[in-house]
Design a protein around this ligand. Structure first.
Ligand code: G
Ligand code: G
Ligand code: MN
Ligand code: NA
Length: 254
């Protein structure tokens, strides 16, 4: 309860910040970044998202918080779009199921795009499989409306939730993100990377891009390349960076 009260206060007190984790192709060219929420609590210090995102979802605070995230990420995206050197970069933003399921979600996204001037076709929303449990037709309808503006969708943490292969092909997704646990398991000789291999093949069959998460070593990168996965995100390329470090990273021409 104390954390909940602190969280309500935190948004106004500007204790939240977005960090950005660069994403790249196999040649190490930056293709975009994922926005990741950080909370700098005055007494507790840095509170990791796993400790508060769930609480924010339960209390409904995820709605204003999610809107703040979208707004901040779109401001960064608009800055990129205004500079020829960064105009091609894409911004990925995590969206909670309860945020997406709100009746006004589509209008909220459109309002943020209008306010920030961020280009819709450079924005990618990351959804999780939990979303697909409740109202599949409604979800597809919202995705289609947003897609008409140019927004793309990724399915985050793919393979850890409840997705049914039966409806995966019905979703207007452009990307599957392989959960990092599978990337790490791939080094286990008993599995031989079977799950990563299978998701990569599935993505290819469904004409969805496949992005590997949590790539920490050159060996892991070589493995995802071997199975046909062409983009990744992970400490090998970069950790999540605060905005000023992100600007340096981009300026260095990575
Ligand atoms: O950055 P880190 O690896 O600590 O993030 C942990 C989890 O928090 C991830 O699963 C991520 O999806 C989630 N998360 C981070 N930022 C956001 C956000 O802005 N919105 C939502 N809904 N989840 C987020
Ligand atoms: O939204 P999602 O659950 O995909 O969140 C991404 C999370 O993964 C972020 O919290 C980020 O800090 C974390 N992450 C990204 N790359 C790596 C990595 O290479 N290793 C580890 N351990 N965590 C990573
Ligand atoms: Mn994510
Ligand atoms: Na993930």
């Amino acid at each position: 309860a104390a954390l909940e009260a602190d969280m309500r206060h935190a948004l106004n007190a500007r204790q939240f910040e977005l960090h950005y984790q660069p994403q790249c192709d196999l040649e190490g060219r930056m293709s975009g970044a994922e926005a990741l929420l950080r909370w700098h609590h005055p007494r507790r210090g840095h509170v990791p998202p796993i400790e508060f995102v769930h609480l924010a979802e339960e209390t409904g605070l995820i709605v204003p918080l999610g809107r703040w995230v979208l707004d901040s990420a779109c401001r960064q995206l608009a800055l990129w779009a205004a500079d020829a050197r960064t105009a091609g970069l894409r911004m990925a933003v995590n969206v909670s199921a309860c945020q997406f399921l709100r009746p006004d979600f589509v209008d909220q996204v459109l309002a943020v795009l209008a306010e920030t001037g961020a280009p819709a076709r450079r924005l990618k929303l990351e959804l999780t499989e939990s979303l697909l449990l409740s109202d599949l037709d409604g979800t597809i309808g919202k995705m289609e409306r947003l897609r008409q503006t140019g927004i793309g969708f990724a399915l985050d943490d793919f393979g850890t939730g409840y997705s049914s292969l039966a409806y995966l092909h019905r979703l207007p997704l452009e990307q599957l993100k392989i959960d990092r646990s599978f990337i790490w398991d791939a080094q286990d000789a008993r599995h031989g990377g079977a799950i990563v291999r299978t998701i990569a093949a599935l993505g290819k069959a469904l004409q969805m891009e496949v992005m590997a998460e949590g790539v920490e070593t050159a060996q892991q990168r070589d493995f995802i390349a071997e199975v046909g996965c062409r983009s990744y995100q992970g400490y090998l390329y970069s950790r999540p960076l605060p905005p000023e470090r992100l600007a340096e990273f981009v300026a260095d021409g990575k």
